[in-house]
Write a protein that binds this ligand. Structure first.
Ligand code: C2E
Ligand code: MG
Ligand code: MG
Ligand code: MG
Length: 283
C-alpha cells in the first residue's frame, strides 16, 4: 500500500519534521525558563599541573537539570542556546557563577570558563567579564577564558583585536579543542595564547602509539618554543598520563584525576589530589 503512495511518505516526512520542530520549540521554551528556575548548575573539573604536582585550575562545565528530561548535556543545549541568542544571558550567568566559586578557592587555583563564539562576537563581553570580576572580587589573573579555533574561520583581524582587548583586562586566554578545527599555525604566532588545550581525540589514540605520540611531541615542542602552556584533555589512564608527562605536557585534565564535580566538593578534591600526588612523590 505504501509503495506507490508518494503523498503518504511525504506526509510521514512532514510529520517527522513537525515532531522535530516541536521538540526543538519545547526545549527552547524550557531553556528560557531554566535560568530563572535555577535549573542550571556549574560543575568543575580539575586541571592537574605536572611540574607543580598539584591542582592548578578547574574548568567550569555547565549542566542543565531539566525537571522532566533529567540532566541535559551541554552538547545538546549549547547549540540551541547559540541559535536563539540565549547563550548571552546564560554565558553571563556562567561567568558570574564561576568567578564567585573561584573566589573561595586558594589563590593559586584558576577557573577556566568556556566562551561561545556568539558571546565572543557580542559587544558586551568585556563589560560582562569586568562585572563578574568586580562583583566576585576575583583577581583577573585567576580567570581563564577558553575559546575555539572556529573564531579564526572568518574575520581574523576582528578576532585578534578582541583577543587583545580581553588580554588587556588581565585575564588569560586558552585555545580549546586544539587540533580539531581550522588549524593554521599562523594564528598561534599572531596571538599569544596562554594555553593550548590538546583535544581528547589525540589522547584517545595515545596508547596505540600510531603517530599520536609524535603529534603530542610536536604540539608541546611548538608550544614550548612560543612560551605557551599545554593541557591534555580527556586523560583517562595512567599510560596516557605517563606518555604526556614524558612529552612535557603542562597539565592533565580528565577522568583519570576526576570527573566534573559539584562546587561543594571542590575543596575536598583539592586536598585529596594534592595529598595523593605528594604521597606518590615521596614513595
Ligand atoms: P570542552 O570545553 O572541550 O570540555 C571538555 C569536555 O570533555 C567536558 O564535557 C568534560 O566533561 C569532558 N571530559 C573531561 N575529561 C574527560 C575524560 O577523561 N573522558 C571523556 N570521555 N570526557 C571527558 P561536557 O561537560 O559534556 O561539555 C561538553 C562541551 O560543552 C565542552 O567541551 C564545551 O565546549 C561545552 N560547554 C560546557 N560548558 C559550557 C559553558 O559554560 N559555556 C559554553 N559556551 N560551552 C560550554
Ligand atoms: Mg573547554
Ligand atoms: Mg576542551
Ligand atoms: Mg573538547
Amino acid at each position: 500500500r505504501a509503495k506507490n503512495d508518494g503523498k503518504g511518505s511525504f506526509r510521514f516526512f512532514e510529520a517527522a519534521m513537525d515532531a522535530e520542530a516541536q521538540e526543538r520549540r519545547s526545549m527552547e521554551i524550557d531553556l528560557h525558563e531554566a535560568l530563572r528556575n535555577g535549573e542550571l548548575e556549574l560543575y568543575f573539573q580539575p586541571l592537574f599541573g605536572l611540574s607543580q604536582n598539584r591542582v592548578t585550575a578547574f574548568e567550569a562545565l555547565l549542566r542543565w537539570n531539566h525537571p522532566t528530561r533529567g540532566m541535559v548535556s551541554p552538547v545538546d543545549f549549547i547549540p540551541l542556546a547559540e541559535e536563539t541568542g540565549l547563550i548571552l544571558p546564560i554565558g553571563e550567568w556562567v561567568l558570574h557563577e564561576a568567578c564567585r566559586a573561584a573566589r573561595t578557592w586558594p589563590d593559586h587555583i584558576r577557573v577556566a570558563v568556556n566562551v561561545s563564539p556568539v558571546q565572543f562576537r557580542s559587544a558586551s563581553l568585556n563589560s560582562v567579564i569586568l562585572q563578574a570580576l568586580a562583583s566576585s572580587g576575583l583577581p583577573p589573573q585567576q580567570l581563564e577564558l577558553e575559546v575555539t579555533e572556529s573564531l579564526f574561520i572568518e574575520n581574523v583581524e576582528a578576532t585578534l583585536a578582541s583577543l587583545h582587548s580581553l588580554r588587556a583586562l588581565g585575564v588569560r586566554v586558552a585555545l580549546d579543542d586544539f587540533g580539531t578545527g581550522y588549524s593554521s599555525l599562523s594564528y598561534l604566532r599572531s596571538f599569544p595564547f596562554d594555553k593550548l588545550k590538546i583535544d581528547r581525540s589525540f589522547i584517545i589514540d595515545l596508547q596505540a602509539n600510531n603517530g599520536a605520540t609524535a603529534m603530542i611531541k610536536a604540539i608541546t615542542g611548538l608550544a614550548d618554543a612560543l612560551g605557551i602552556e599545554t593541557t591534555a584533555e580527556g586523560v583517562e589512564t595512567i599510560d596516557q598520563l605517563d606518555i604526556l608527562r614524558k612529552q612535557g605536557c603542562s597539565q592533565i585534565q580528565g577522568f583519570y584525576f576526576s570527573r566534573p564535580i559539584r562546587a561543594g566538593a571542590v575543596a575536598d578534591l583539592i586536598r585529596e589530589l594534592d595529598y595523593q600526588e605528594q604521597a606518590v612523590q615521596a614513595a
